[in-house]
Design a protein around this ligand. Structure first.
Ligand SMILES: *Cc1c(COP(=O)(O)O)cnc(C)c1O
Length: 359
């Protein structure tokens, strides 16, 4: 069986080494030494000034919305994982969907201004598949209309734009360290900001609003993560360059093998260095997509329809139409891409896709 992804696991002895430390300290969570060490090492690796390690990428989005005090309408993309939309609704705001660019699959900045009303307070955009949005255009629009910007950068560990981490963009950027993501801590996530005030606010939100043991400032949530999760992150971080390099070479190998397949690949904007976190292909039709899924499933290969459905069609949002997102989400498929994937497995997947196309 080949799934769309398979989490990377470090050699077990390396994790056990950290467990011994946890046992001897008997400090399991609440800003322990491994959490602090992971935050430091991540800052170093990503070349960032600030990071807060959290318990998942969805709470990261919710804390970002809370910290920026967004109200009423938030402009967002319909082409993302459902958490992008659900966290807006969970924070009692209204998602206003702006259609995507058909080539990059990210929110189309040229359509944002038409969606701004006097109720708009922010923009929440996803760098889908780890490919950066047009961050400069979005920043200019936000500045002109006095809006806050959050990037759901869940897919973006290691993605660079103009040679710096994409996490540097937006008022706040969030990431997921879930087991299915490129860099993981089993469950986990983080927020990034360049603004020290926002950082302080989010640190309070992460820990119930505790200023210290007896002083509480505002309603917070439990967004903390544990020593066990931090230990997994510390182990995995050592391998991250190898993981990204392997994915990049697999991505290129797939592209070569699939060059006669009638599919499109997303376009990556100028000055961006992606992280190869997914391998999306866009078929010519929904029928071609379904035929391909069937032959792969018949051979115990399980790609995933990231991202379907288009989020404007969820049953808890007001009806709206984003035809490009709806159209692409009916034709896009993510193929297996993970550290342990072999060339023979890629050959098999490519052979099956070409066979069904030519049948
Ligand atoms: C995975 C993901 C999330 C949620 O992250 P969790 O850590 O699973 O809560 C949010 N947004 C996007 C785009 C994702 O892919």
């Amino acid at each position: 069986m080949i799934n769309v992804t398979k989490p990377f696991l470090p050699p077990i002895e390396e994790y056990q080494h950290y467990l011994q430390g946890i046992w001897s300290r008997n400090w399991l969570t609440n800003s322990g030494p491994l959490v602090n060490e992971l935050e430091l090492k991540l800052k170093e690796y990503l070349q960032l000034n600030h990071i807060l390690f959290l318990n998942n990428g969805t709470v990261a989005l919710q804390i970002a919305i809370k910290a920026l005090e967004l109200k009423e309408e938030i402009i967002t993309t319909p082409f993302s994982y459902v958490a992008t939309t659900s966290s807006i609704v969970w924070e009692n705001c209204t998602p206003v969907f702006v259609d995507i660019n058909a080539d990059t699959l990210n929110i189309d900045p040229d359509k944002i201004e038409a969606a701004i009303t006097d109720k708009t307070t922010g923009i929440l955009a996803t760098h889908v598949y780890g490919n950066p949005c047009d961050v400069e255009k979005i920043q200019a629009i936000a500045k002109k209309h006095n809006l806050k910007v959050i990037y759901d950068a869940a897919h973006c560990f290691g993605t660079l734009y103009k040679n710096e981490s994409i996490f540097n963009y937006g008022d706040i950027s969030t990431v997921s360290f879930h087991a299915t993501k490129l860099f993981h801590t089993v469950e986990g996530g983080a927020v990034f900001t360049q603004n020290p005030e926002l950082l302080k606010k989010m640190a309070l939100l992460r820990n119930f609003g505790h200023v210290d043991a007896i002083n509480i400032d505002g309603p917070g949530i439990n967004g903390k993560n544990s020593e066990f999760h931090a230990a997994m992150g510390l182990c995995n971080l050592k391998y991250i360059d190898k993981i990204i390099a392997k994915r990049r070479s697999d991505y290129e190998y797939y592209k070569e093998k699939l060059k006669t397949l009638r599919v499109a690949f997303p376009t990556i904007i100028k000055d961006a260095a992606p992280n190869y976190s997914y391998l999306p292909i866009i078929f010519e039709s929904n029928e071609a997509l379904n035929k391909s899924i069937k032959i792969l499933n018949d051979n115990l290969i399980y790609p995933r329809r990231y991202f379907y459905p288009s989020l404007n069609l969820l049953n808890y949002v007001s009806p709206s139409s984003t035809p490009i997102s709806e159209n692409i989400s009916n034709r896009v498929l993510c193929l297996p891409l993970f550290y342990d994937l072999t060339r023979e497995e890629i050959d098999l997947i490519a052979r099956l896709l070409l066979r069904v196309q030519n049948s």
